[in-house]
Design a protein around this ligand. Structure first.
Ligand code: ADP
Length: 171
């Protein structure tokens, strides 16, 4: 009798901030699995733009229309969190060959750490392959009037006001 639920997947990442690419993976994952948990990783070595609480709050707003998606934060090994939640699947999105290489190594390591948990990859939609949280932070940093309009091509609408507020120049 398996202890983990194969119909429950966890999509873990930094989501600093959530992008249209992430939202696309969440929507597609929510169609494939009965339950999807989006998990915001707390990495003490990174200095994020948004606090873990801010990221969780933003993602909750974005996934509100999806009935089978919940949002949580975690620290430490992802596989440990996935097991704690009782899920059997780790969902990841891949954009490029470089992503695939890194994700492949990570999935092998995770399989050694917990052989009952499988990593499942979804390929990024063509229209979102160029989007990364790093690029978005660079665009937001420009802090110009047209920034909000430019960001609309990269992040969900809910993310734009908090993102521009981070870099608003005092006038
Ligand atoms: P991490 O720091 O764990 O890589 P990210 O927040 O950058 O976290 O990404 C979380 C997951 O989403 C990863 O599997 C990543 O490859 C995937 N991802 C990132 N950007 C996109 C995108 N534009 N389209 C599809 N998947 C993406």
């Amino acid at each position: 009798m398996p202890t983990l639920n194969a119909r429950h997947a966890v999509y873990a990442g930094s989501f600093d901030p959530l992008t249209l690419g992430h939202r696309d993976i969440i929507r597609r994952g929510a169609m494939l699995y009965e339950r999807l948990t989006v998990a915001v990783g707390i990495n003490p070595e990174k200095r994020p733009l948004f606090s873990p609480e801010e990221r969780v709050d933003l993602i909750r707003q974005v996934v509100a229309p999806l009935g089978n998606v919940d949002v949580a934060m975690f620290e430490g090994l992802t596989v440990r969190f996935v097991r704690e939640r009782g899920a059997a699947v780790m969902l990841r999105g891949v954009r490029t060959l470089t992503d695939i290489e890194a994700e492949f190594t990570m999935s092998l390591a995770n399989h050694v750490l917990d052989p009952e948990i499988e990593t499942v990859f979804l390929t990024a939609s063509e229209k979102y392959t160029h989007i990364s949280s790093t690029l978005i932070k660079q665009v937001a940093l420009m802090g110009r009037d047209e920034t909000a309009r430019l960001l609309a091509d990269f992040v969900p609408p809910e993310v734009i006001p908090p993102l521009t507020a981070k870099h608003r120049r005092p006038s």
